[in-house]
Design a protein around this ligand. Sequence first.
Ligand code: GDP
Length: 410
Amino acid sequence: MKYNTRNIGIIAHVDAGKTTLTERLLYYTGMIHKIGNVDDGNTTMDKDIQEKNRGITISSAAISTQWKKDDNVFNINIIDTPGHIDFAVEVERSLRVLDSVVAVFCASSGVQPQTENVWFQAEKHGISKICFINKMDRIGADFFAVLNEIRTKLDAVPLALQIPIGSENNFEGIIDLIKQKALYWIDENGETIIEKEIPENYHLETNEWRMKLMETLAEFDEAFFETFMNSEIQISEEMILEAIKRTCQSRSLVPVLCGSAFKNKGVQPLLDAIIDYLPAPNQLPSINGKDAKTEETIELERNEEETFSGLVFKVVIDKHMGKLAMLRIYSGNIKSGDTVLNVRTGESFRISRILQMQSDKTLTIEEGKAGDIVALTGIKDAKTGDSLSSIERAVLLESITIPAPVIRVS
Ligand code: GDP
């Protein structure tokens, strides 16, 4: 069985470029056809515009998009994640339903407090992360300084997968340390990536950072250590990729990429990294629930064969469709017409439609499967935090609780 899904959140301090980056992610994945500009207030994620024109987008709390990689199509669900811990309930509910995060940093401001808070909150939930150092074109941009701050302020071990070619006004492209290629974006919309040999004046720096990448992987990943120490083994790209994936998913290392969302540089490699390193829902440990009848703790496998269980993480009112329940499905599957149970109320209801939320429209889908994020119509009395299950087996999932803010003493 294939689970080609990634459920991600994007966390950032205000102004780091989360809206711009999200917009570009939607553009390169084909969800939107024109790049908007936050400064003109016409991006998909822009709140005012959303409220005015689309209503659904922001209130839906999640957008689904697709990215094609190596002939496979992956579903990426971007779950709205507020950057500020003041929205503790919002942060908590999104962290409950997403599987990993992309942390966006401004290359000149570095690691800022709002990201710090949500980062530690995500850490508490055991969520894997990737960092994107944005605004490499901005005055004062310093990729290496931000790497250092990830280490010192976030207690994480950053693993640079790229180094920038130039910075500020001279930010030209990226050196991919795994492929050992220089990547340039030549057209205005950043659609064409040109792969070139690494410029000569970057040879030394590239070798140094590639060596650092390998050594760090060897330090944190036993399998890679064996390979690295064995001079008879030629280390392949695949081996490096697998080691990064393991260390990212065990949260011992955090892959770091860079670019400029605004200048349309570096976004496609980030999409690839989301697929390559972040976990698919079925790669995560089984989920704990409580049998509502016997009160016994049960473990549910995150696959379609398992009994259905899901968590309502937001209820939204849509002008046209009425009440929608945003649901994360953890196990099993549901089809429109199925009758499911709201474990809290003890009432069952028939699902009339299952929807997938896209950036500017909703798509009716036949079924929702373990790992998916969908919206349901036909729900009665559902509230945020409600567990839905099959009527045969009532499973109560841990509800959404408000966490205490993480206070760091430095
Ligand atoms: P958010 O608050 O994190 O959602 O940030 P926005 O996406 O709204 O961006 C904040 C400001 O930074 C806007 O003026 C953007 O145009 C600008 N911005 C975003 N990304 C970049 C970038 O890569 N380079 C530069 N120079 N500016 C950027």
